[in-house]
Design a protein around this ligand. Structure first.
Ligand SMILES: [Zn+2]
Length: 116
């Protein structure tokens, strides 16, 4: 596992993620396709919000299973989180917000979030 730090654009929100992605996902759900996310999924124990809980605002839609948090200053969404089908809390992380992660160097796979 590699430890990556990441942030929103203005730096108010800072995160830490332990992951070793061999691929990233592009999701076709209504919010990911608009935002242009490339994402990886990590379990809750591999994600840490280092800074910025008070800078985040929550956005929910559809079944309201997922918290689409965004920085109230710069508008960027470094992560979202919610319970998966198995009931476990998990995070999706916008790899474009991670420091030093070469997301162009790994394959991109399609994720059919629109079907969920
Ligand atoms: Zn920000």
């Amino acid at each position: 596992m590699t430890e990556y730090t990441g942030s929103c654009h203005c730096g108010a929100v800072q995160i830490k993620v332990d992951c070793e992605p061999d691929k990233v996902f592009e999701c076709n759900c209504s919010i990911c396709r608009r935002a242009g996310w490339k994402l990886v999924f990590v379990p809750a124990d591999k994600f840490e919000l280092l800074k910025g809980a008070d800078a985040l605002r929550d956005y929910q839609f559809h079944k309201e299973h997922i918290h689409h948090k965004f920085c109230t200053t710069c508008g960027i969404r470094p992560f979202s989180h919610g319970k998966g089908p198995d009931g476990a809390e998990s995070y999706s992380v916008n790899v474009r917000c991670l420091d030093g992660f070469d997301y162009l160097g790994v394959p991109t796979e399609h994720f059919d979030g629109a079907a969920i």
